[in-house]
Design a protein around this ligand. Structure first.
Ligand SMILES: [Zn+2]
Ligand SMILES: [Zn+2]
Length: 295
């Protein structure tokens, strides 16, 4: 895939590569409201409601967390590194998050995870964060992974919000701010522009439509949806590399919030997974794991 291919402006003129970051508190406020709105009557309503409470706590933490200014980025390096050691602020984000969730009615495994996280020394916490960021979440207790991931999101999102969009260089793969694989794509109603969304730092970056995000193939992509489902989600599945990315269409869901709507449309992931496609990026609110207590 060429760098020029990423702009895809064409007759629409110059398409901004990054959408302006709304700020961490706004991101989580919007997400909390969307989780809450999606929960009633949904097959996984209880989990969506729990995530609504987690996102509301993330908003409060985002407002309180003090973050350092990022050092100027060297040429060719990303401002943040989702694959490297976690930013130290994430531990402070976790402490604030645990305080915010304290006393809230949560299921017993979630309560146990909150208590365990509160007791872990810094070194173990950083090891946990590194495993999560490296995608080795199968070694994690699921609720531990959920809450630690929520704290990492607040730190990365807050740091990303402080960047000037013009200071972020185009990249060929992954989030241009932190390098994580996109969680989902959002297709805007007006000009059918597609932005990819980072589940870690909440950056939205433009990517040409109808083209596999992983291998660049246009010929091998097809679109899958759950039959009879009129919601905003479709999977862009690629027969070239067997990867898929979930797309969320604003036209079909004007109120959608990509991370929340991704969780609410997990039935589509099951369908696409059964056909042998691998999901491109993870959603931190959907931690895969074995439920074993190994934090
Ligand atoms: Zn990112
Ligand atoms: Zn592909």
């Amino acid at each position: 895939m060429s760098l020029a291919g990423l702009s895809g402006g064409g007759e629409l003129g110059e398409v901004p590569y990054l959408r302006p970051h709304p700020g961490a508190a706004s991101v989580f406020a919007r997400r909390a409201a969307r989780f809450e709105a999606l929960a009633p009557g949904h097959a996984t309503g209880e989990y969506l409601a729990l995530l609504g409470r987690v996102a509301a706590a993330q908003r409060v933490v985002a407002e309180r967390l003090r973050l350092p200014a990022l050092a100027p980025t060297l040429a060719g390096a990303l401002p943040l590194d989702a694959a490297g050691p976690p930013p130290p602020a994430w531990r402070e984000a976790l402490r604030l998050l645990l305080g915010e969730l304290d006393g809230l009615a949560v299921p017993a495994p979630a309560q146990a995870a909150l208590e365990r996280l509160g007791r872990l020394p810094d070194l173990d916490l950083d090891g946990l964060a590194e495993r999560l960021l490296a995608g080795r979440s199968t070694q994690l207790d699921v609720p531990v992974g959920l809450f630690a991931g929520a704290a990492l999101q607040v730190a990365f999102t807050g740091l990303a919000a402080g960047l000037a969009p013009a200071s972020v260089a185009r990249v060929e793969e992954g989030c241009p701010v932190c390098g994580a694989s996109p969680t989902a794509g959002v297709v805007l109603g007006d000009h059918k522009l597609r932005y990819l969304v980072c589940g870690l730092c909440a950056t939205w970056w433009h990517h040409t439509r109808v083209q596999c995000v992983l291998c660049g193939s246009a010929a091998a992509v097809s679109y899958l949806a759950v039959e009879g489902e009129a919601g905003p989600a479709r999977a862009e599945a690629c027969d070239g590399c067997q990867a898929y990315l979930k797309l969320l269409y604003v036209e079909q869901g004007p109120q959608l919030e990509p991370l929340a709507d991704d969780v609410a449309t997990v039935a589509l992931d099951l369908l696409v997974g059964e056909r042998g496609y691998q999901r491109l990026g993870v959603n931190p609110y959907l931690v895969a794991g074995e439920g074993v207590a190994e934090a």
